[in-house]
Design a protein around this ligand. Structure first.
Ligand code: PMP
Length: 279
């Protein structure tokens, strides 16, 4: 594991931030997770540009330029010696005596942590997973990848208690996204996913899955769907940096399609694997 604090390589014991950091006190910051395959970060440019947009949206200055972040992440990855890794980046507004309005000229705090990928049992990708529906109690700027993840962590924990791999949110009769993933359904040979608006995180893997599907000549519609449509779907799958592409075969007590990973899902998974294997 490699830790970088404000641009300096430190050991874990010295990767310490102030008790008055606004990330700690207010959740005032954003993060990114980039996956490396075969020692090479996947879609790093897209992740860093999403981070830049998120920082702009909450008016935190970028502590480093995109190119410098790229260089530092690559250096940290190399130092870790890991070929398969997750690169976690967090940027917060910085430390200041606690008050809602941040003082001008704060220096952002930023951390990079590189560690191994989560071990998701391969059977899950082969057999598909169960998901559990959960009311989406989040705010209306879900496109900003903030560190305020309490609704997400709570929903995920409840899902786990129900034996589900992921919690999937619904709001106003519409399925939005997972607690740490985006969701797609397949119906009549066409692929549907929630539009990239303020109600979801515009997942990088979501974008890649759409491109893959279109490249395979499969029609993709960025259109919201209801929980009922999800239950009646032929296929469903999740996308995410950690999750990659994961078939969904059960939603709470209901089975999706024939209870096995769908044919279009498998085609998209195969292509995703091919792309990431070739990095
Ligand atoms: N939605 C949410 C709420 C997430 O936290 C994540 C993963 N961080 C995603 C979707 C998937 O995004 P990505 O493909 O960029 O990892």
């Amino acid at each position: 594991e490699v830790f970088v604090l404000n641009g300096k390589f430190v050991d874990q014991n010295n990767a310490i931030v102030s008790a008055e950091d606004r990330g700690f006190q207010f959740g005032d910051g954003v993060y990114e997770v980039i996956r490396a395959y075969n020692g090479k970060p996947f879609c790093m440019d897209r992740h860093l540009s999403r981070m830049k947009q998120g920082l702009e949206a909450i008016r935190i200055p970028m502590p480093l330029g995109i190119k410098e972040f790229e260089k530092l992440c690559n250096e940290a990855l190399e130092k870790s010696g890991l070929k398969e890794a997750l690169i976690y980046i967090q940027v917060t507004r910085g430390a200041a005596p606690r008050q809602h309005i941040p003082p001008k000229g704060l220096k952002p705090t930023f951390v990079i942590i590189v560690r191994g990928t989560p071990d998701i049992p391969p059977e899950l990708k082969e057999q598909g997973v169960k998901i559990s529906l959960s009311p989406d109690i989040r705010w209306h700027k879900c496109y900003i990848k903030t560190v305020q993840l309490l609704p997400n962590t709570m929903a995920k924990e409840e899902a786990k208690e129900k034996g589900a791999f992921e919690a999937v949110f619904f709001r106003d009769g519409i399925i939005t996204e997972g607690s740490s993933s985006n969701i797609f359904i397949v119906k009549g040979g066409r692929v549907f996913t929630h539009p990239a608006n303020e109600r979801i995180l515009h997942g990088i893997t979501r974008g890649v899955a759409i491109e893959i599907a279109e490249g395979l000549g499969i029609e993709v519609e960025e259109r919201a769907f209801s929980p009922e449509e999800l239950l009646k779907a032929d296929e469903a799958f999740l996308t995410g940096t950690g999750t990659e592409i994961m078939p969904v075969v059960q939603v709470d007590d209901d089975i999706i399609g024939n209870g096995k990973p769908g044919h279009i899902t498998k085609k998209i998974m195969e292509k995703f694997k091919e792309i990431t294997n070739c990095l």
